[in-house]
Design a protein. Structure first.
Length: 75
């Protein structure tokens, strides 16, 4: 009995907290004034947290802007 009690007291164990990411991103909202207000949106990929949802265009400053700069230098 005593050995079972010591095992039970070990649970539940706390998980190590994941370090928060420091990210900066821009959201581009394009709209057109018509009798019915229209927005430009993109559909997310079929995998991941927001799979299949519609969202505004998002630019992650650390990754996307670096890639854009490299592409403009090459051309």
């Amino acid at each position: 009995m005593e050995s079972n009690r010591s095992l039970v007291e070990n649970y539940p164990r706390k998980k190590a907290k994941t370090k928060q990411r420091d990210e900066t991103s821009f959201v581009l909202i394009l709209y057109r004034l018509t009798p019915q207000l229209e927005f430009l949106m993109i559909k997310q990929k079929k995998s991941g947290l927001l799979s299949g949802l519609w969202s505004f265009i998002e630019i992650n400053t650390s990754n996307d802007l670096d890639q854009m700069n490299e592409q403009t230098r090459k051309s």
